[in-house]
Ligand binder design. Structure first.
Ligand code: AMP
Length: 501
């Protein structure tokens, strides 16, 4: 470029205005929910608050909202659940029609408010707020470089690194070029909502690892991790934010501008969002999660179906899989009957991240109790979405046998999880993963099931309607779409090298 600046279109590649027509590992893992709202008629705080409620499943450790009233930022960030983090007065105090919000995923170990979000920073040309879902793999490198330039950091989180880098670039570039420059320096997964003064942006990493979508409200627009947040606001899903796209919500609430800043040969959508993490009523990358899970259940029957007296889900995660499995079985003439054989106590939370194995085992028992009449004397197929450490399946097989089940067959709606996730899902370490160094038969033996069937990666891709090369299956294959120290890179993503800083 003659002026040495990034080649960014001076006007948006796309623009959507009123109506639906579009014209023109380091730090803690961040498996979170993000939202941004720009309105004309009213303050953004309340819709943000409701959106965070809708995204609560994506993070229960902390919740926060930052708004801008045209003159200054207002923020409230608190540890805990959304319902506990905000009082009516807090919401009233968050003035302004633009804002972003965040819920943070709990991780094992210390719970630290310095990592709660949105992260805010004031710099010479304005105020920035950032909410991040994902995980950078080169945050340390970028942080070291910025620290050498005099940037002072208050947390070890990735989000602060992105915020400082963007603040620095904004001193030299316009908003779109500054975002592009930051995206060219950070490596890893990120869905971001950003507020620069009262302008709200949505950004999705070039591989589209984490979800992000755009919704239209009566008096403005919203970007959110999942469409369930848009539904909660009585809005309409416009579409997903595309991998590598920057979306700028127009402050007049009339529409949004779209800039396609990066394009890759392959996306790296996280398959585990569809399998476990996202709400079943969300539409991600054009697919309703509930239907994907039912299709995964159907594939599971096709690949490893077994005709037992009953098929029952591990609630709630296995429910849609088990119903798809049972339908496919019945379509094939099998006599297996769908039954609810386990009752879930909804008031036991956070079992997965409990620090000791003992506590995790006790928690499974606290959380789930069998319904004797559906189990006693029956051959049972138990369906869950995934096995990670093997705690849940080991406990449940035992529980059902103690309750009088004649046989317990385990069917899993995902392939074996054999490697860690560096992209933000709390998946335990290789040493803890039951499938890291065991065959399916060895796992079956360990969990003491009568049989065990996982889904193949190809069946997952088929159910998601995606090419396997467009999915991130690092936790299954140990090959990642990002360049991670000490790990193999998925050859399909060779055009995604770690940036030279
Ligand atoms: P585990 O008991 O360690 O084998 O974990 C498997 C169970 O935890 C399944 O019932 C899953 O639905 C659930 N699960 C899987 N991944 C996660 C995660 N990242 N966070 C919380 N729960 C999970």
């Amino acid at each position: 470029m003659p002026d040495g600046r990034d080649p960014v279109p001076s006007s948006p590649t796309e623009n959507a205005n009123s109506g639906r027509s579009e014209t023109a590992l380091s730090g803690p893992t961040e498996k979170c929910g993000v939202v941004g709202v720009s309105l004309t008629e009213r303050d953004a705080a309340r819709p943000l608050y409701y959106s965070l409620y809708a995204l609560q499943h994506r993070g229960q450790e902390s919740a926060g909202i930052v708004t801008h009233d045209g003159f200054q930022q207002h923020d409230h960030v608190e540890m805990g659940l959304v319902g506990d983090a905000f009082t009516e007065d807090d919401i009233e105090s968050l003035r302004g029609s633009a804002g972003i919000g965040h819920v943070r995923y709990p991780t094992a170990g210390s719970v630290d408010k310095s990592c709660a979000q949105p992260f805010t920073v004031s710099f010479r040309s304005g105020a920035l707020g950032l909410s991040h879902n994902g995980n950078l793999v080169n945050a340390d490198e970028v942080r070291d470089e910025l620290a050498a330039e005099g940037h002072a950091f208050t947390s070890d989180g990735d989000t602060e690194v992105i915020a400082h880098d963007l603040a620095r670039n904004l001193l030299e570039e316009d908003l779109v070029r500054a975002v592009k420059r930051t995206m060219g320096r950070i490596h890893g997964s990120y869905s971001l909502t950003i507020m620069q003064d009262d302008t709200v942006l949505g950004v999705r990493d070039p591989e589209g690892n984490r979800p992000l979508c755009i919704g239209e409200l009566d008096d403005g627009y919203v970007v959110a991790s999942e469409s369930a947040a848009i539904d909660t606001l009585d809005g309409e899903l416009v579409r997903d934010v595309r991998p590598g796209e920057l979306v700028v919500l127009q402050p007049d609430g009339e529409g949004f501008d779209s800039y396609q800043l990066f394009e890759r040969e392959h996306t790296a959508h996280c398959f585990f969002e569809h399998v476990y993490f996202a709400r079943p009523d969300s539409v991600i990358d054009g697919k309703l999660v509930y239907e994907v899970r039912r299709d995964l259940g159907r594939e599971l029957w096709a690949e490893s179906g077994i005709d037992t007296d009953v098929v029952m889900p591990v609630p709630d995660s296995g429910r849609a899989f088990a119903s798809g499995y049972a339908d496919a079985a019945q379509d094939d003439g099998a006599s297996v009957e769908f039954a609810e054989g386990l009752m879930k106590n909804r008031y036991v939370g956070r079992t997965f991240i409990m620090p000791t194995q003992d506590e995790r085992e006790r928690a499974v028992r606290l959380k789930l109790n069998p319904i004797k009449s559906t189990v006693e004397g029956k051959t049972v197929t138990l369906v869950d979405d995934s096995i990670v450490r093997g705690t849940t399946s080991t406990q449940l097989v035992q529980l059902l046998k103690d309750c009088g089940a004649a046989e317990v067959h385990m069917r899993i709606g995902a392939p074996p999880i054999a490697a860690p996730c560096y992209m933000g899902i709390n998946m335990a370490t290789r040493e803890e993963l039951i499938a890291a160094d065991r065959s399916t038969e060895e796992i079956r033996d360990e969990i003491e099931a009568d049989s065990l069937g996982y889904l193949s990666p190809d069946a997952v891709a088929a159910a998601l309607g995606e090419d396997r090369d467009d999915l991130c299956m690092g936790c299954v294959t140990g090959e990642y779409p990002y360049d991670i120290d000490g790990e193999e890179m998925d050859p399909a993503h060779a055009d995604n090298p770690r940036p030279e800083l």
